[in-house]
Design a protein. Structure first.
Length: 152
């Protein structure tokens, strides 16, 4: 069985940031790495779930809305995948930062936080989403010239 691309990356070297994980035709998969892998500092389910609801809603209401294919958490609990059609890396980075700022400025109920809208609506917490988004935005703002490539 062939190894999938993401298993060929040395996760012991990964740092928080934004990376192009793969390109399939016109769809680019971005690795939005919010945590250092294999260090025991994982997102809990409520954090992942809350960021997923907030980020997915905001990015699907951004200038990229017609090109967003998917946004969701990584099973390893260290980040998220964002799939964008016809992506321009610098635009995606700018929109990701804008979305994080929008989430941080938001006060109110987590988007989709009702029994009708979500299968685990009680497991949402805006404060956790704020904390994770602040942490990640701080990382992205430290590196103004991100090259989107995994560092080996």
């Amino acid at each position: 069985m062939e190894r999938i691309t993401s298993f060929t990356i040395n996760h012991d070297l990964l740092q928080p940031g934004i990376y192009v994980s793969r390109v399939d035709g016109d769809v680019t998969t971005y690795d939005l790495r919010t945590r250092v892998p294999n260090m025991g500092d994982y997102m809990d389910n409520a954090t992942m779930h809350s960021v997923e609801h907030m980020f997915a809603t905001c990015i699907r209401n951004s200038v990229l809305k017609d090109d967003v294919v998917y946004f969701g958490p990584m099973g390893c609990q260290t980040g998220f995948y964002l799939l964008v059609r016809n992506a321009v890396n610098e635009t995606v980075l700018s929109v990701v930062k804008d979305v994080l700022r929008q989430i941080l400025a938001y006060e109110g109920p987590v988007f989709g936080a009702s029994r009708i809208e979500c299968g685990n609506y009680a497991n949402l917490d805006l404060a956790l989403a704020h904390e994770e988004c602040r942490r990640y935005l701080d990382v992205l703002e430290q590196y103004p010239n991100i090259d989107f490539k995994y560092k080996e």
